[in-house]
Design a protein around this ligand. Structure first.
Ligand SMILES: Oc1ccc(S)c(O)c1
Ligand SMILES: [Zn+2]
Length: 260
């Protein structure tokens, strides 16, 4: 089982002991410096085709809350932008902070947002399974969306209202018909670079596409994420899930391109 976490003993600063790739040369997240990103006119718009979206369930995996999709359907894809193929939506999950503390993974000119949503897609044209794609250099495409505190997000309530059902680590419940199109900001302007999963096993298999415009969510909605527990139902100890973000990693000469 997973023995990694975000605490002092098992957090990002010791992940390299079990996952040496943590010290690799294309790790994520990174600090995005807009003025150093090269505007690349050959970078077209990203195209999201979430029309026939089929969410299946919502789960607490002990590290985040994750909504999983039926990826046998090849109509729910992201394409365009830096991608050579369409990539199929597999799951989305969030990273967040503690009360009053920001929790995004990517930062923008050193500034972090309250939270970050990752929509994880895989290259089903080139690879047979998600697991195979997850270890390939062009296997995954993750769309990152920043969450900023402000007004209530009218659709995020569908997720935050379901969180009490997956309070404990290892819990899962049906969550059908949710279309993440409703979580997108108005602009699809993005930055893109080659990186990795930001959680163990930290595979260097991700084409990152980070939207510049954050979505607005309320402090009340964010507080519901912090109600989730790292611990299982039968455990006596109750540890809240918060600050489940990895700090920015060395760029190592990588180029960040912008669509803007
Ligand atoms: O499959 C994935 C798991 C975790 C994270 S942070 C990803 O970006 C992809
Ligand atoms: Zn993530």
């Amino acid at each position: 089982g997973d023995h990694w976490g975000y605490g002092i003993e098992d957090g990002p600063s010791v992940w390299h002991k079990t996952y040496p790739i943590a010290q690799g040369n294309r790790q994520s997240p990174i600090d995005i410096v807009p003025h150093q990103a090269s505007c690349d006119p050959s970078l077209g718009p990203i195209v999201l085709n979430y029309d026939h979206c089929t969410s299946m369930n919502i789960a607490n995996n002990g590290h985040s809350v994750i909504v999983e999709f039926d990826d046998t359907d090849d109509r729910v894809v992201i394409q365009g932008g830096p991608l050579d193929n369409p990539y199929k939506l597999k799951q989305f999950h969030f990273h967040w902070g503690g009360k009053g503390c920001h929790g995004s993974e990517h930062t923008v000119a050193g500034n972090s947002y309250a939270s970050e949503l990752h929509l994880v897609h895989w290259n089903a044209v080139k690879y047979g399974t998600f697991e195979e794609a997850a270890t390939a250099p062009d296997g995954l495409a993750v769309l990152g969306i920043f969450l900023e505190t402000g007004d209530d997000h009218r659709w995020l309530n569908m997720i935050t209202d379901a969180l009490y059902m997956v309070k404990f680590k290892g819990s899962v419940t049906d969550f059908e018909g949710f279309n993440p199109m409703c979580l997108l900001p108005s602009s699809l302007d993005y930055w893109t670079y080659l990186g990795s999963l930001t959680t163990p096993p930290l595979y260097e298999s991700v084409v990152w596409i980070i939207l510049r415009e954050p979505i607005m969510v309320s402090e009340k909605q964010l507080s519901k994420f912090r109600m989730l527990l790292l611990t299982e139902e039968e455990e006596d100890q109750r540890i809240h899930m918060e600050n489940n973000f990895r700090p920015p990693q060395p760029l190592n000469g990588r180029k960040v391109r912008s669509s803007i």
